[in-house]
Design a protein around this ligand. Structure first.
Ligand code: AMP
Length: 125
C-alpha cells in the first residue's frame, strides 16, 4: 500500500526477512505492534531500530495507512523501549528517514533510537 509515486512494498527487504525470522537480529523488545533490535552498524553507544509489524515502506505509508490502534501501539512501544532501556535521563533521539533525500536505505518503516552520549547537532553537515 505505497503512497502514490513511491514503489510498492518489497516483501524481501531485510527488515521483512528479520520479521519472518529468516535473518537473525539482536532483539531487544517485541510485542504485537513492534519489533526492536540493535542496529548492525551502530552510530551511538545505544542504537536501536524499532519497526512496525505491518508492511509499510516508510513513515509516509505508515502515517497514511496504518490503523489508529497500530500507530498508537507502535508509538507506545517506542516510548516503552526507551524507558525500559533507561534512556530517558540523560535523554535520547528518535529519527526516521523517509525517501531519497533522507538517505533511507531499508524500505520498511523504522525509527532509530540513539543514546549513550551527547548527540550533537540535529542535522550534521
Ligand atoms: P535507514 O538509512 O534509515 O534506512 O537505516 C537503515 C539502518 O538499518 C542502518 O542504520 C543499517 O545499519 C541498519 N541495518 C541494515 N541491515 C541491518 C541488519 N541486518 N540488522 C540490523 N540493522 C541493519
Amino acid at each position: 500500500m505505497p503512497v502514490s509515486g513511491l514503489p510498492p512494498y518489497d516483501e524481501n527487504n531485510i527488515f521483512a526477512r528479520i520479521l519472518r525470522g529468516e535473518i537473525p537480529c539482536k532483539k531487544v523488545y517485541e510485542d504485537a505492534f513492534a519489533l526492536a533490535f540493535l542496529d548492525i552498524a551502530p552510530q551511538a553507544p545505544t542504537h536501536v531500530l524499532v519497526i512496525p509489524k505491518g508492511p509499510y515502506c516508510s513513515f509516509a505509508d505508515f502515517s497514511a495507512f496504518a490503523s489508529d490502534a497500530d500507530i498508537a501501539g507502535f508509538m507506545r512501544a517506542v516510548g516503552k523501549i526507551a524507558k525500559d532501556l533507561g534512556l530517558e535521563a540523560p535523554g535520547y533521539r528518535l529519527l526516521a528517514n523517509m525517501g531519497e533525500h533522507s538517505g533511507q536505505e531499508v524500505p520498511h518503516f523504522h525509527v532509530h533510537l540513539f543514546a549513550g552520549r551527547p548527540l550533537g547537532r540535529m542535522i550534521p553537515g
